[in-house]
Design a protein. Structure first.
Length: 160
């Protein structure tokens, strides 16, 4: 039981690094065409979905395969807990990135604290670059210290 929880926790923590690497070198690299509309509104079609949403599948499919494999093959039961860590990080990513930062859903608009303001500032710094080069702040949960400075001046609920 404790080992399984440790596997989930370690996977969750590792996902921040995997997300940073994927965002910097895959999304802003060879798969930029799928991520570009997320940075540049001029490239967006007027639909709810973005091409960038394909990355949900890139993370979800391996997790689903691990859940299935761990359920069917007893020797690979540990994969269930790795998949659980990936899934929990995915849920976190959805709430932080799509709900709190980009406000694609507006049910947490009143949530406001120093960490979320710093996180939003870091994400704005990332999005100030319309091209795939010269980016910064590629992670999700780890926010560089400089974005905590003056974080009281930007509200998480602001539109901009």
């Amino acid at each position: 039981m404790m080992l399984n929880l440790l596997i989930i926790l370690m996977t969750y923590i590792l996902m921040e690094g995997i997300t940073w690497f994927t965002h910097k070198y895959i999304m802003h690299g060879i798969m930029w065409k799928f991520h570009e509309d997320h940075h540049d509104n001029r490239k967006k079609k007027h639909t709810f979905f973005e091409k960038n949403d394909i990355f949900f599948l890139i993370f979800a499919i391996p997790s689903m395969v691990m859940f299935l494999t761990g359920t069917i093959i007893a020797e690979y039961r540990f994969l269930i807990f790795i998949a659980a860590g990936i899934t929990l990080y995915g849920i976190t990513y959805f709430f932080i990135h799509d709900v709190l930062i980009h406000r694609r859903f507006r049910f947490l608009d009143k949530l406001d604290n120093r960490y979320f303001r710093a996180l939003r500032r870091a994400h704005k710094a990332h999005h100030k670059h319309l091209g795939k080069e010269d980016g910064e702040c590629f992670g999700l949960l780890l926010v560089p210290k400089k974005y905590f400075k003056d974080s009281n001046s930007v509200s998480i609920t602001s539109k901009k």
